[in-house]
Ligand binder design. Structure first.
Ligand SMILES: Cc1cc2nc3c(=O)[nH]c(=O)nc-3n(C[C@H](O)[C@H](O)[C@H](O)COP(=O)(O)OP(=O)(O)OC[C@H]3O[C@@H](n4cnc5c(N)ncnc54)[C@H](O)[C@@H]3O)c2cc1C
Length: 408
């Protein structure tokens, strides 16, 4: 047991923090207004090795481990509490890793170097209009084999990075049904890499989001879309498992990002309560202010430790081939259950400390509250879905309600 950081980890945190605080933090309000991540930030992230950082160095990736990736996620959350830049980072980190593991060599050679240079986007598309929690029941998008091509029909919605993918180019890893028989359960889906830009038969939609405005959320419909066979990612009818693997990875990084953003807001709040006076004293000297600070900081530290346990567990699996999928699913779900909710609680508390100022856009806390809410509402799995996973891992699959006994 060792709670210390290695020299490499310390230097990496310092480098990411220096970059992020200097290049990203001053532009967070601008991103919230323009609804774009400035190209200079994307370029800077590429130069720092922060785009798809877990992919192999042959594709321009940093080849870093999960602990380093999690440190970077925490620092990016700390720098951009709106979470737009962290979303770009973590979606590409987690799903880039899955694509690197399971994508075909020709497609990886075509796309991954562009992703790591910031010239293409890489995202995930599982959610459909019929719902995101029950992928098994709701995934109606069909993929049919026709010679050396796949033909797709269906629709994906609430997908991060649709605009970025259309403007920059890139891929979304998309889950599609490849086995019509409902008895096939979760062995009925395959993963595919779908380029939205320039692909005939794709039409897109966009949502006007509540937060994390710098990165888009949209959807796309597929009408007789044809892609070559090498766009299949991973094994036939094993897409559900590949998706679950990616979700555990993403949830770990989401935990770190929410911890970083909550820490930043808490520090902002502490600066404020030390200076703001009422009844002739700094408000930090009132117990009504101090006690919630003590409680929230204690909880934040607990979630931070669990997050780094998730990163460590990922490293045990992928660097040392030591643990099973289920160890990761459990700890990643615990992190994803608690980090966004606690982060929001912290921001909500700090908003109280700022008084009326918190209700204006002169105070950044409102951007944080709008951004972090995306992760408790549902992005990469809702809080109730995290509870279902945790209970399943604790009690065993035999106690799952019959509606999802077939889910992994
Ligand atoms: C900002 C944002 C970005 C997103 N980006 C992506 C993306 O890039 N790619 C992608 O594929 N998806 C993305 N999503 C979609 C996300 O994965 C889904 O929102 C999520 O899976 C939930 O699906 P849903 O919204 O259809 O809610 P539903 O599945 O309809 O759930 C509605 C409510 O019912 C609850 N519920 C459902 N089943 C149960 C149950 N058995 N027990 C108890 N409660 C239950 C849920 O917890 C939730 O509170 C994004 C979402 C958001 C908000």
């Amino acid at each position: 047991m060792d709670f210390g950081w290695t020299e490499e980890q310390r230097l990496w945190r310092r480098a990411v923090r220096d970059f992020a605080q200097k290049e990203i933090t001053p532009r967070v309000r601008e991103m919230d207004t323009t609804e774009r991540i400035p190209p200079e930030i994307v370029k800077g992230m590429a130069e720092m090795g922060l785009l798809a950082p877990l992919v192999g160095e042959e594709y321009g990736g940093g080849g870093i481990d999960w602990t380093l990736a999690t440190i970077a996620a925490e620092e990016l959350g700390r720098a951009d509490i709106s979470l737009a830049v962290p979303v770009l980072y973590l979606v590409e980190a987690a799903w880039g890793f899955i694509f690197d593991q399971y994508g075909t060599p020709e497609l990886k050679e075509e796309y991954l170097p562009k992703v790591t240079r910031g010239e293409a986007f890489l995202g995930i598309a599982t959610t459909e209009p019929a719902g995101g929690s029950d992928i098994l029941g709701a995934c109606r998008t069909r993929a049919m084999r026709d010679g050396d091509q796949w033909v797709f029909n269906g629709e994906k919605t609430f997908i991060s990075g649709v605009r970025e993918s259309l403007e920059w180019g890139g891929l979304h890893l998309m889950l599609a049904r490849t086995e019509p028989d409902p008895a096939a359960g979760h062995r009925a889906f395959t993963f595919f890499a779908v380029p939205l830009k320039g692909t005939s038969g794709i039409s897109s939609t966009f949502f006007e989001d509540m937060g994390r405005m710098g990165i888009s959320t949209g959807g796309f419909a597929l009408e007789d879309v044809r892609l070559p066979a090498h766009h299949q990612v991973g094994e036939f009818n094993r897409g559900f498992y590949h998706a679950m693997e990616g979700f555990s990875a993403a949830r770990t990084l989401i935990g770190a990002t929410c911890v970083g953003a909550a820490q930043a807001v808490l520090e902002l709040g502490m600066d404020h309560i030390r200076q703001r006076e009422a009844f002739g004293r700094p408000i930090a000297s009132f117990e009504g202010i101090q006690f919630p600070l003590a409680d929230l900081y204690t909880e934040l530290e607990g979630v931070r430790l669990t997050t780094y346990k998730a990163a460590w567990t990922m490293d045990q699996k992928y660097q040392h081939q030591a643990t099973t999928h289920y160890d990761i699913a459990l700890v990643a779900a615990m992190v994803k259950l608690r980090a966004p909710v606690l982060g929001f609680e912290i921001m909500n508390q700090v908003a109280d400390w700022f008084g009326a100022m918190a209700y204006t856009k002169e105070c950044p806390v409102e951007m944080g509250m709008r951004g972090i809410r995306s992760y408790s509402i549902g992005a990469e799995g809702t809080t109730n879905v995290m509870r279902i996973i945790i209970a399943r891992e604790l009690l065993g699959k035999e106690f799952l309600p019959t509606a999802y006994t077939q889910q992994s």
